[in-house]
Design a protein. Structure first.
Length: 256
């Protein structure tokens, strides 16, 4: 299980759709659980190479139903003995509500901590269901400025994420996304934005020793979307792989 946290407009949902396209290239099962009801843009899926006819999209607003959908997918993969990598994306944890909140007649009496308790129970069950299957679960969450938090002059304000502290402890990998430089095309007189840099910081990783490392990724607004080659190039450039040499040969997917 992994979690992506970031501010609005950084590219979190686009990265999730990009992951769906990558899984479909390997003949895997891709499921999107949309709690924001924003998955109606077909062009957005086609931009990242996602076949909507082979992708399962479920719109759920209740946290209980969203985690039940994840359990159904895990049970299906276990029964069918699917060996290809599969993924379930929940977009997003911040938009989930509970049954008690929807049934509350007075908003001031709504049990807001109930959402965190439901998410904690759902994460515990999801971890057990996905342990014996080749299923990856990606949770997308929104960053909020922490009330009463300290504001650092160098790092900026302190952020928190909805859903309680359970995602911080249960997820194996956690990424924090921030919007960076805008990518433009055109002359000096007329520059048109064609994308932006997504600065991704690894704030938790139990599978690799890359903690607190920042990876710049390029997100284009046209059919290119997230470019794997550009991501690998930026990663190698920041790590000093190229050095002073003008040319390097890199083999990607069997081709130079």
């Amino acid at each position: 299980m992994s979690e992506i946290v970031g501010l609005e407009g950084t590219g979190k949902s686009s990265f999730g759709i990009h992951m769906l396209g990558q899984v479909q290239k390997q003949d895997g099962l891709g499921v999107l659980i949309d709690s924001e009801a924003g998955a109606g843009d077909r062009f957005r899926f086609e931009t990242f190479g996602v076949d909507t006819k082979k992708c399962i999209i479920s719109i759920e607003d209740l946290a209980e139903k969203a985690f039940l959908q994840i359990e159904k997918v895990a049970n299906y993969i276990s029964r069918q003995n699917i060996k290809q990598p599969s993924i379930v994306i929940l977009d997003s944890l911040a938009a989930l509500t509970t049954q008690s909140e929807q049934e509350a007649e007075d908003f001031s009496k709504a049990a807001y901590p109930a959402t965190a308790r439901v998410i904690k129970a759902g994460l515990n069950r999801t971890k057990l269901m996905c342990r014996d299957t080749n299923l990856a679960v990606l949770f997308i969450n929104q960053a909020r400025i922490k009330m009463g938090g300290m504001v650092n002059a160098y790092t900026g304000p302190e952020y928190t994420a909805p859903g309680g502290d359970a995602p911080k402890f249960q997820c194996i990998t956690r990424l924090f996304m921030q919007r960076g430089q805008t990518l433009t095309v055109g002359t000096d007189k007329l520059k048109v934005p064609e994308g932006h840099i997504v600065k991704t910081k690894i704030i938790k990783c139990k599978t690799n020793a890359s903690l607190n490392r920042i990876l710049p990724m390029r997100l284009y607004y046209d059919q290119r979307g997230y470019q794997n080659e550009a991501i690998i190039y930026d990663l190698l450039k920041d790590s000093g792989y190229f050095g002073s040499n003008a040319w390097k040969s890199i083999q990607l997917n069997g081709t130079d």
